[in-house]
Design a protein around this ligand. Structure first.
Ligand SMILES: Nc1ncnc2c1ncn2[C@@H]1O[C@H](COP(=O)(O)OP(=O)(O)O)[C@@H](O)[C@H]1O
Ligand SMILES: Cc1ncc(COP(=O)(O)O)c(N)n1
Length: 498
């Protein structure tokens, strides 16, 4: 799900604060960002020079343009320069469905010291689900001196929560503590705390804007306020740590909104995997009994990735670049070489002469395909270096084909069954000038589908006779191999050198 999140805020032409920061933060937190401009602000990392506030009718027209057309999951309100603008926003917010989360960041003064608003409308505060004042804004809203400790800050936040009925995030960014984190407070006191250890940086412009937008987005995605605050705080902490490296501006620079996404994209997500046994794909080669029908369910997630990772559709449409295709067939060549050796092990372990010949013929088939590739694409195997995804797959196959024959068959099966499934992704008509026409047409090869049917049948027979323990191990191996197959296809589009 993508949360559709609207920011109602002022602008920053240098992109670090206000609406520009909000839209980046919404995207980074998993939302689709939209923006209604309250004031045009002439500012940069050194400070604010001018503010131009369009008349309230114009603001109202912008708000209506969004709500007349788009379903909104969450709203963030930032800089509202005057009471007339506030009245328009309040009126619009009151007409929203009551389940939409509204995060109000009561912006008054820019971090550089200049005033951005005369005051914050009391009505606006009561429209909020969550308020995110900084130390000075909170003090002004409750009419007290700025808090100098977390306890004082929480006490002030509690007063504001009582006054407004909203949850209040007591932000510690301006405290002198090691932990500059954020405490979620309601009218009865502290609900949760998200730590943010001090980052010594000159790039913190727009942190408050960014935090409140990320928070609104996570609420829009359906997270609880506690979980959403935890996410937004840790995300902002990473963005603060890497802001300076962007070298934007000569003053208080912006945070790096997308650091986390880039890091994750680079390293791959490390969430523990749990099988999701839902497979909406009609098999090109049918299961041959209850056990392989169950195995097929484990292939669903990987087949979904065939559709969404981009590589297979680019290959089928012919839009894959030549260098990406070359990378793919080089890796395929390396893989097939090991795969042939692995199938030879199955031939050795087979329990009947017929099965033994089937695996042995598959070995020969693999070698023929590989030699055909060398000839057709001028591959020189001595120059091919296997990628991490290729090695993960070949190492896995070597390990899984070293012991139990049933598990070994389940581990090699996806290379038949998911590969045969590619026939379902081939377009009906392949134009003559398609650069990979022969390759793509080969996915429909009926002889390969017949071999796949035989491999599925062998697996069915073995699983039927297997112990529960063996069956569980075989399902695990099959599921893992499906993922490795999907990783193998996805890799060409994840290279940063092509
Ligand atoms: N130097 C810092 N080190 C660690 N966390 C920080 C730092 N500055 C800001 N933060 C985090 O970002 C949040 C928002 O920043 P803050 O400066 O309080 O907001 P504003 O931009 O509205 O003044 C803080 O509550 C804190 O969690
Ligand atoms: C348009 C606009 N809105 C808000 C801020 C506050 O920025 P900060 O988060 O650094 O206090 C800003 N400088 N400009």
């Amino acid at each position: 799900m993508i949360a559709r999140v609207l920011s109602i805020a002022g602008t920053d032409p240098t992109g670090g604060a206000g609406l520009q920061a909000d839209v980046k933060s919404i995207a980074a937190a998993g939302g689709y960002g939209m923006g209604v401009v309250t004031s045009l602000v002439v500012q940069n990392t050194r400070g604010v020079q001018q503010v131009h506030t369009p008349d309230p009718d114009f603001l109202e027209a912008q708000l209506r343009a969004v709500s007349d057309d788009v379903i909104i999951d969450a709203v963030k309100v930032g800089m509202i320069a005057d009471q007339a603008s506030a009245a328009v926003v309040v009126n619009w917010l009151r007409n929203l469905p009551s389940n939409i989360s509204v995060v109000v960041d009561p912006v008054m003064v820019a971090s550089s010291g200049q005033a951005l608003a005369d005051s914050v409308s009391a009505d606006l505060l009561t429209c909020a689900t969550v308020l995110t004042p900084n130390v000075d804004e909170l003090a002004a809203l409750v009419g007290k001196p700025a808090a100098s400790s977390r306890a004082e800050l929480i006490a002030q936040a509690q007063v504001l929560a009582e006054k407004t009925g909203a949850l209040v995030v007591a932000k510690g960014g301006h405290l002198a503590d090691d932990d500059r984190g954020n405490t979620l407070v309601n009218a009865t006191g502290e609900l949760a705390h998200a730590a943010s250890w001090f980052v010594d940086t000159t790039a913190s412009h727009g942190t408050g804007c960014s935090l409140s937008s990320a928070l609104a987005t996570r609420l829009g995605l359906g997270e609880s306020p506690q979980v959403a605050l935890e996410w937004a705080t840790s995300w902002a902490h990473e963005a603060l740590q890497y802001g300076e490296a962007q070298a934007v501006g000569t003053g208080n620079g912006p945070i790096d909104h997308f650091h986390r996404l880039r890091r994750q994209a680079k390293s791959g997500l490390q969430n523990p995997a749990v099988p999701d046994k839902r497979n909406r794909h009609q098999p090109v080669v049918k299961a041959s009994g209850e056990h392989t029908r169950e195995l097929w369910e484990y292939a669903g997630e990987s087949l979904d990735r065939f559709g969404s990772d981009g590589f297979i559709s680019a290959l089928m449409q012919g839009t894959l670049s030549g260098s990406q295709f070359t990378f793919y067939i080089e890796q395929d060549d390396y893989y097939l070489n090991i795969y042939a050796a692995v199938l030879a092990r199955l031939a050795a372990a087979a329990q009947s002469a017929e099965e033994r010949s089937f695996w042995a013929e598959s070995v020969t088939g693999c070698i023929a395909v590989e030699q055909g590739m060398h000839a057709q694409w001028n591959l020189d195997p001595s120059t091919v270096h296997p990628s991490p995804a290729t090695l993960a797959y070949t190492d896995f196959l070597r390990a899984e084909t070293g012991s139990d024959y049933v598990v070994a068959v389940a581990a090699v099966l996806p290379c038949f069954w998911l590969y045969a499934q590619l026939a379902a992704f081939v377009p009906d008509a392949i134009p003559e000038d398609h650069p990979y026409k022969d390759w793509v047409e080969a996915y429909r090869d009926e002889a390969f589908q017949a071999s796949t049917a035989r491999a599925v049948q062998i697996a069915e027979g073995l699983l039927a006779a297997a112990s529960d323990h063996q069956r569980a191990a075989a399902q695990q191996a099959f599921w893992r191999a499906c993922q490795l197959e999907a990783d193998f296809f996805a890799q060409a589009l994840l290279l940063d050198t092509l």
